[in-house]
Design a protein around this ligand. Structure first.
Ligand SMILES: [Cu+2]
Length: 161
């Protein structure tokens, strides 16, 4: 009896580890490794969504994230979130790209650098994926899949999302 319980446990673990690569998906562009591009499900009528991912520079020269593209929205921008002296969050489009030093990891995440999909052509549904392209100064353009996570959480966009 204890044998079959152990066996069931082992099978469950095996199933779990098999499902992990789908959750933590990665893409390569030259010396850059792009980890887990994701977005969020959008409420009905929402016109914007955020996008997030990490880029690890495994090379020995700096590179820059120049732009992000996708067919799901009319416009795609890279934004930076900063706090004003009054403690208000403010969002600005990044111009000139974001440097990724050798050995460094650039993280786009809620409340920080993020992608903004503006003018969504359809709602984002949890569990679905959509295509996007990331363009780097040296590594060029790479196609990635953004995975859509659950609605809610800290978007860093107040009432916008
Ligand atoms: Cu934004």
């Amino acid at each position: 009896m204890s044998f079959s319980i152990l066996r069931a446990g082992a099978l469950a673990l095996a199933a779990l580890s098999l499902s992990l690569p789908a959750l933590a998906h990665e893409f390569e562009a030259g010396n850059l490794e792009i980890v887990h591009p994701w977005s969020r499900a959008t409420p009905a009528g929402a016109k914007v969504a955020g996008g997030f991912f990490k880029v690890e520079n495994k090379g020995d020269t700096p590179d820059r994230l120049l732009s992000v593209g996708s067919d799901i929205a009319e416009k795609v921008q890279v934004h930076e979130m900063t706090m004003t002296a009054e403690g208000m969050a403010s969002m600005n489009e990044v111009t000139g790209g974001i440097e990724i030093a050798p050995g460094a990891t650039l993280e786009l995440k809620p409340g920080s650098y993020h992608v903004m999909f503006i003018g969504l052509k359809h709602p984002l549904v949890e569990g679905e994926k959509f295509k996007g392209t990331l363009t780097f100064e040296k590594a060029g353009t790479v196609e990635v899949d953004f995975v859509v996570g659950p609605l809610g959480g800290t978007s860093g966009h107040g009432t916008m999302q």
